[in-house]
Ligand binder design. Structure first.
Ligand code: PLP
Length: 415
């Protein structure tokens, strides 16, 4: 019997098993919006099957691209294999994926309440806190999940490592506290290379595929790895609400998966070097990176295969220093998003976490770094040059300072 393949090998070959039979080597792209129907009856049966979340029947048709697209389905098959899941369902963005997860586990399931463990990505926090989906949310810490569950709770939402401060939560422990309530883990920062939440009891592993899965900053997408029954519920929401992933995006994501393990490994190595450099810098008050605290609860050891390539730091000079450094780098692009081949720097309180209520918003002195594939020495030199501007730049008079205004204790409050 052959030994199981290594994840690097799986990432290169997954979702491609039939290509040789098709006589092609690159992934085929099907851009059809509609598909020929064999006859009215079989066309109608296929429509019915897919509009309720099923797959296209063998003798039917794919009918319409809002119901099924083979290029998207091929990417979904590949991602599911990397997550050790039965299935996955792709969407037009990470937020479309999270919206579908919430709808499928609340309104569509006769439930009306969600428990969400903070901290979370600002967009997720905003979606849940806004009440826009007509669902009530209780935000809590990782130890209060059991106490927050109600008879009408349909979902527990968790993110680990969490955006932006890289806080780690014990997935298996949250699953234990959730009992029969399904848990979705936002696995965007870790990727399937470093963490597989389904193996720890989570029902779903969600990704903003915009980030590491695509890896090149040119696709916006989301995907949820899960069991087939959950996939049916999610495909139904997708078919009805239309939060689709375009096949060109699916093609690029599938291609991105081939280099995901090697990108993660190299970006993580660089991140670890940069963390070591940052902790000795006088400008830096604190560095956030998984395991840097010695992993006192053994979470890294238990549930991760690596610590990733995202870093956050607090600057001693507060908001003024943070905003100055964000604008002073040259290799690090000052931009939101993360997980691509090029390094990014951004100020979470002003941007990605701006909609989060003040009590849960990151502090005004925090900057987040996404480490790319540049040589780490060059990235360190870029940060050193940006820090050097803090020593030389004269503090502008208050009236000349750019918006947003600040509140030292609660982060940026308004532009
Ligand atoms: N989850 C995390 C951890 C994110 O960082 C983001 C976006 O930054 C999202 C979800 C939302 O994904 P998208 O921007 O693809 O909608």
């Amino acid at each position: 019997m052959n030994a199981p393949l290594h994840p690097d090998t799986v990432a290169v070959h997954t979702g491609r098993g039939d290509l040789a039979d098709l006589g092609v080597h690159a992934l085929p792209i099907d851009l059809s919006t509609t598909n020929p129907l064999p006859d009215v009856e079989r066309g109608g049966d296929a429509y019915e099957a897919m509009a309720t979340g099923g797959r296209p029947p063998a003798d039917g048709s794919m009918v319409y691209a809002r119901l099924w697209n083979p290029t998207v389905a091929r990417f979904e098959e590949a991602l599911a294999e990397l997550e050790h899941a039965e299935a996955s369902v792709a969407f037009g963005s990470g937020m479309a994926a999270m919206t579908a997860v919430i709808l499928a586990h609340t309104h569509a399931a006769g439930m009306s309440h969600v428990v969400a463990v903070r901290p979370l990505y600002g967009g997720t926090d905003h979606l849940l806190g806004s009440g826009l989906l007509g669902v009530e949310t209780t935000f809590c810490g990782p130890d209060d999940v059991a106490a927050s569950i109600r008879p009408d709770t349909g979902l527990v939402v968790l993110e680990t490592p969490a955006n932006p401060t890289l806080e780690l939560t014990d997935i298996a422990e949250v699953v234990r506290q959730a009992g029969a309530v399904p848990v979705v883990v936002d696995n965007t920062f870790a990727t399937p290379v470093l963490q597989n939440p389904l193996g720890l009891g989570a029902a779903m592993s969600l990704h903003s595929a915009t980030k590491y899965l695509g890896g090149h900053g040119d696709v916006i997408a989301g995907v949820v790895a899960c069991g087939e029954a959950t996939a049916e519920a999610l495909r139904r929401v997708r078919a009805v609400t239309g939060g689709l992933l375009h096949p060109l995006g699916a093609y690029l994501l599938h291609r991105g998966l081939t280099t995901l393990p090697v990108r993660m490994q190299r970006q993580q190595e660089s991140a670890m070097r940069i963390v070591q450099w940052l902790i000795d810098r006088p400008e830096v008050a604190e560095v956030y990176y998984p395991g840097l605290d010695g992993d006192p609860h053994g979470i890294v050891a238990r549930q991760m295969r690596g610590t990733g390539a995202m870093i956050s730091m607090r600057l001693r000079g507060g908001y003024a220093a943070a905003s100055a450094v964000a604008s002073a780098t040259s290799l690090f692009t000052h931009a939101v998003s993360l997980g691509g081949v090029d390094s990014l720097i951004q100020h979470p309180a002003a941007l990605t976490h701006r909609p989060v209520p003040a009590e849960a918003r990151p502090a005004a002195d925090v900057l987040r770094l996404s480490i790319g594939l540049e040589h780490p020495d060059d990235l360190i030199a870029d940060l050193a040059a940006a820090f050097a501007t803090l020593k030389t730049a004269a503090e502008p008079p208050l009236s000349d300072r750019p918006t947003p205004l600040r509140d030292e204790s609660k982060g940026v409050v308004r532009a």
